[in-house]
Design a protein around this ligand. Sequence first.
Ligand code: NDP
Ligand code: 8X3
Length: 258
Amino acid sequence: MMTKTVLITGASSGFGKACAQRFAQSGYRLILLARRADRLEELAAQLAAQCEVCVLAVDITDTPALEHSLNSLNKPFNNVDILINNAGLALGLSAADEAELSDWQTMIATNVTALVTMTRLILPGMVAQNSGHIINIGSTAGHWPYPGGNVYGASKAFVQMFSRELRADLLGKKIKVSNIDPGMAETEFSLVRFNQAQEKADKVYEGTTPLGAEDIADIIHWVCNTPAHVNINTLEVMPLCQAWGPLKVDRSMKFADE
Ligand code: NDP
Ligand code: 8X3
């Protein structure tokens, strides 16, 4: 069996880091991408005994820098077999009329534009070798709206539809596309959302057993190891402690004249 190369965006923490650890256990060749070089170097040093690994410290929203980084990859790292489009973030939980516009722009730039850019840069190589697998990390927030989810949820709904559109375009080629939609998972996600306010982040998971990054990494590893003819399109995962509530009704909104 040829060693497959996996490019993981957002490998410096959370799901991405856990994926790096999980795929390293199985001997995949890894490209670890994120902005925090120190985190990536430390992880790469830990994994080096298990697999070949290299680091790309780059901001995925900076397209020229991203292209430059990808072009700098030497053999055998320049042939990506599995792309895990995982880097992403939520910023804030304010209502749409109060949210910071710059937060919205950053979420769109990271969760949508950069994911699309990365895909467009890697996909021709997969088409040329007629094999590959793209894993896009969406969210339950892309299916189920909640107050303050606004642009974050919408960005993840994009990820879901983009994944399906890719499948439509790639029919007839041996390239898989899968969209994984996790629910509440304890990573650095809430710390980032609440601007490093640890107490606020901890409250999100208080009294629960949320998903762990390793749960999602195990699932992604499995999705990447189904038989050649099987494509997992979408997989929604929640911790058992999470489910939907009834739709809200505002009972002060009775219009007497209608
Ligand atoms: P973390 O905050 O732990 O990890 C996010 C990763 O994305 C980090 O490695 C971060 O690295 C990277 N990243 C963010 N912005 C950029 C950027 N501009 N350029 C490069 N890398 C970037 O959160 P999670 O692991 O939870 O999040 C991973 C994905 O999962 C995200 O897309 C998130 O939306 C999604 N998700 C999370 C859920 C949760 O409850 N945790 C549930 C559903 C989906 P660095 O800061 O070093 O650049
Ligand atoms: C992260 C899950 O519910 O906090 O995507 O938006 S949620």
